[in-house]
Design a protein around this ligand. Structure first.
Ligand code: NAD
Length: 473
């Protein structure tokens, strides 16, 4: 029997820091996110005028300002037509949904979720779903734009999208997360589908989340629709290699940067990794397997350091059993600021946006900074890193392994023909190394840094597709 809805809103409205701008939508129902946006928001003026907020807004506003600054630089480099520039600068389509979920204690709480399709000129929209307390529309807009460039850079036939729900999955039970996911998937059904928009895992979501979305959509259609998401478990149509794909791609790009830019082999190098989730754990483990001495790892709960190198497979088991790395035997504690300043060959950022800024970029001593996360370095940090000789492997290249194998998963779902890990890994390697070669070549030819080169290549491809398709009607 359903329990009654009981009032849970704290006096004055907002209930926690995670619930920025919370407000009551109806009596007795808690709203878990910013509330005022219309259900389908037109591109807000903020999108057209980001500079005023750069560096001073919410994490989402800062991420959007960074994404737009990177786009503007590429548009200038390409001398982009003004009409195309305006088209590519604004998200194509945005959906905001608010939906109730019954919590384990019987209360009903209203969550806010988003899906933004930035651009679909090159194919269906593609991008992850994030469950995080600070997820907001601006963050999703930024991440959607980065997805457009990433898909174009590695030449997969997708546009860019992103989505998310403002929530703290770490504070929710598996049943609550499943209920939230199934309802969010239902709300998203106006947009998602194998031919239109294909979500995948991101921060706070994983293969199980994708399985629930695939099942929900399949229940509504009356038949299995595996191609509606990627990053599913292999048992229900997922691809071999997808779970490790982003980390594997990060390692391939690091290996190339080490070989091409520094002339050093991967084996015997040292590394530090921020983040131990989908991307960070796989990257650390694959670096360890490749003979790299991973000396430090941090996650949201703290970090571990060991000069002789960490036993990454052991830490993975510890994480699965205890949910934290902190206090692992034989390790010393380390925080992010120490990790950023470690004297290592490779620093991998695999957590969130805005980690390396003008304030701490000067402390980075690593020779290679690999952006496993999206937007971990702010634009004002880039020149400092460049002047200090740090080789930055930019996010849209570094972490593109995930979307490459997502593309292969989508193709396998369409064909109902599945490939071996060897075939998948070979295609991943070829696709990402082709993009790496194009980026370094462009950077050298134009005397620009790899991020600027990567954006120029990607924006040029999307601009070409946009121009070829022309204006409708
Ligand atoms: P995840 O939720 O699986 O892992 C995030 C990790 O970051 C966790 O270990 C968490 O503890 C850690 N973290 C959070 N805050 C931290 C802090 N302040 N200090 C240190 N660690 C912190 O997420 P994920 O899927 O691994 O995504 C990480 C990044 O990679 C995001 O930027 C995401 O957009 C990007 N990315 C993910 C994929 C993918 O396939 N999952 C693909 C491309 C890019």
């Amino acid at each position: 029997m359903n329990k009654p809805i009981t009032p849970v809103l704290a006096a004055g409205g907002a209930t926690a820091t995670a619930e920025r701008g919370a407000a009551t939508a109806m009596p007795g129902i808690r709203v878990a996110s910013s509330a005022a946006a219309p259900a389908v928001a037109a591109p807000a003026p903020a999108v057209a005028a980001p500079a005023a907020r750069a560096g001073h807004g919410s994490p989402g506003a800062d991420a959007l300002a960074a994404a737009l600054a990177q786009f503007d630089a590429a548009a200038d480099d390409l001398d982009l037509d003004e009409g195309v520039r305006q088209t590519l600068r604004a998200p194509h389509r945005e959906l905001t949904v608010r939906f109730p979920v019954r919590l384990d204690d019987g209360h009903v709480r209203v969550f806010t979720g988003y899906r933004v399709q930035h651009n679909v000129a090159r194919g269906p929209a593609k991008g992850g779903l994030r469950y995080h307390p600070s997820t907001d529309l601006d963050e999703v807009r930024a991440l959607a734009m980065w997805m457009t460039w990433k898909c174009a850079l590695v030449n997969v036939p997708f546009g860019g999208a992103k989505g998310g729900v403002t929530c703290d999955p770490r504070a929710m039970s598996p049943r609550e997360i499943e209920a939230l996911t199934r309802r969010f998937a239902t709300e998203l059904e106006v947009l998602i589908g194998p031919d239109s928009d294909i979500p995948a895992p991101d921060v706070g979501t994983n293969a199980q989340t994708m399985a629930w979305i695939m099942d929900t959509v399949s229940m509504h259609r009356g038949y299995s629709v595996p191609g509606v998401v990627t990053g599913k478990p292999v048992a229900i149509g997922g691809s071999n290699g997808r779970a490790d794909a982003t980390g594997q791609g990060v390692v391939y790009t690091i290996e190339e940067a080490a070989g091409r830019r520094l002339g050093i082999p991967l084996a015997g190098a040292t590394a530090a990794v921020q983040g131990f989730g989908n991307v960070g754990e796989a990257t650390a483990r694959l670096l360890h397997q490749a003979g790299v001495r991973v000396v430090a790892i941090t996650d949201i709960g703290g970090g571990v350091y060991r000069e002789e190198g960490l036993d990454v497979p052991f830490l993975r088991r510890l994480m699965q059993e205890r949910g934290t790395l902190v206090g692992a035997p034989g390790t010393e504690p380390v925080d992010n600021e120490h990790l950023f300043g470690l004297d290592v060959d490779v620093l991998v950022l695999a957590a969130l946006e805005g980690q390396i800024t003008a304030a701490n970029a000067g402390k980075v001593r690593a020779r290679i900074l690999a952006e496993g996360a999206n937007g971990p370095t702010t634009p004002d940090a880039d020149p400092i890193l460049h002047d200090n000789g740090v080789v930055v492997v930019p996010d849209i290249l570094c972490n593109a392994g995930g979307v490459i194998v997502s593309y292969l998963e989508w193709v396998q779902n369409r064909e109902s023909l599945f490939w071996t890990p060897k075939i998948i890994n070979g295609r991943l390697r070829e696709a990402i190394l082709t993009a790496v070669a194009a980026v370094w070549e462009r950077a050298d030819a134009n005397g620009i840094d790899p991020r600027r080169a990567a954006h120029a290549i990607a924006v040029q491809r999307v601009a070409e597709a946009t121009a070829l398709r022309g204006l409708y009607p």
